[in-house]
Design a protein around this ligand. Structure first.
Ligand code: EPS
Length: 389
């Protein structure tokens, strides 16, 4: 059974919902596991006014009985506290599309008479449900010792220096400040940069790094284009609002190196195959290689700026300026748990594919017998073959 999820809900509608299908039976689950991640999504310097209104909490409507998943679809619901202000209220039409937002493309595509329906569904408010579904996936992966975490690498021009720190230390250190940057010196500068951008009535983007530790080798496949794990991760990450770029490992840095320096040497330590570096970011040929999985994502500065931008009012047909809609100033720190959720979903799906089974009890022993990268796992004897007689 493939793992899949759908979300539904408008930013200011009564509630947001998700259905997550394919999580095996026997996973202990209660709302606190989801609420922990939802609270992380709400926290981050540079958030807008909406986060003062909401205290996102999930209701589990199905798929869990007696505190454990049953294998049935898991339906999740988060109410929008802000809906109370919109219910029954006449709303002035919005007709001046924001450059970079889904306003204009949505209106052209669906023929809306008002830009609001595009805003309502394209809003990053929807990521609440990705985080909710992803929290279940993260919790599922944790049963196998797989940890998904993330942190901020840069905000605007301010770049962190991670040299010498392990991924695990970075993941833990990131939660200690409200810009989610493990480098405390850079974190202070990032905060100051965000403060400045708020004063300037503008927005800031940045780069995030998402890491998965203890991922077994062999997830994903090169047998078909859409089975390749890098491709699946890239789609999941790029599907997040305002994410416009993605790289696996040191993809862009590697373009500057010759081939002999861009890869991770294969070494032997007590019959175990080891890689002293991780430039590939944990995948080779669309398959995990047992190294930490490293995904980097570029988030643009979001399109809703307090300073008006040049646009055309679609109702009057005149050039004019955008009108401000409440939004974030720098959503980069808040995007960490969102991207973690998407990566966790892809990895949970790939693990379920690899292990098969409908319950955790079926999967656990299979996980224990997964091949590791040791010489004994590889039955090669060097005999010549005629492949195509
Ligand atoms: C968000 C809720 C939204 C926005 C923001 C994120 O709520 P509202 O529109 O009522 O303020 O603040 O959305 C965007 C950044 C966007 O581009 O739509 C949330 O819950 O994260």
């Amino acid at each position: 059974m493939p793992l899949r999820f759908l979300t539904a809900g408008e930013s200011h509608g009564p509630a947001l919902t998700a259905i997550l299908e394919g999580i095996p039976a026997g996973l202990p689950l209660d709302a606190s596991i989801i609420n922990f991640e939802l609270a992380r999504r709400q926290k981050g310097y540079g958030a807008g006014g909406r986060m003062k209104i909401e205290k996102d909490t999930a209701q589990i409507l199905s798929g869990v009985m007696g505190g454990e998943t049953t294998g049935a679809p898991i339906a999740l619901l988060v109410e929008n506290a802000d809906h109370a202000k919109w219910k029954g209220k006449a709303v002035e039409p919005m007709t001046a599309p924001r450059p970079g937002h889904a306003d204009l493309t949505g209106a052209v595509k669906y023929g809306y008479r008002d830009l609001r329906p595009a805003l309502e569904r394209s809003s990053a408010r929807e990521t609440t449900m990705r985080v909710a579904a992803g929290a279940v996936c993260k919790h599922f992966l944790a049963q196998f010792g797989i940890l998904v975490g993330g942190y901020v690498k840069s905000i605007g021009e301010v770049e962190a220096d991670f040299r010498g720190s392990s991924y695990r230390v970075r993941i833990e250190a990131a939660e200690k400040n409200d810009v989610r940057c493990p480098d405390p010196v850079a974190a202070e500068k990032m905060r100051a940069h965000i403060e400045q951008i708020i004063r300037q009535k503008d927005t800031l983007g940045g780069v995030l790094e998402i890491v998965a530790l203890n991922v077994p080798p062999g997830l994903g496949s090169f047998a078909q284009w859409d089975h390749r794990l890098e491709a699946r991760l890239a789609q999941a990450v790029l599907s997040v609002q305002a994410i416009k770029g993605v790289e696996i490992g040191d993809a862009f840095e590697n373009t500057k190196l010759p081939g002999t320096q861009a890869h991770d040497a294969i070494k032997l330590e007590r019959s175990s195959i080891q890689r002293p570096t991780n430039r590939a970011g944990g995948t080779e040929g669309g398959v995990t290689n047992g190294q930490p999985l490293v995904i980097r994502a570029a988030m643009k500065p979001i399109a809703t700026t307090l300073t008006p931008q040049q646009t055309v009012d679609l109702a009057t047909g005149q050039e004019g300026l955008t009108r401000y809609e409440r939004s974030d100033f720098c959503p980069v720190p808040r995007a960490v748990p969102i991207l973690e959720a998407m990566v966790a979903f892809v990895l949970a799906e790939a693990l379920i594919e690899k292990l098969g089974g409908d319950s955790l009890d079926e999967m656990r022993p299979r996980f224990e017998t997964l091949r590791q990268a040791t010489l004994q796992d590889l039955p090669m004897d060097g005999t010549p073959h005629v492949w195509w007689p």
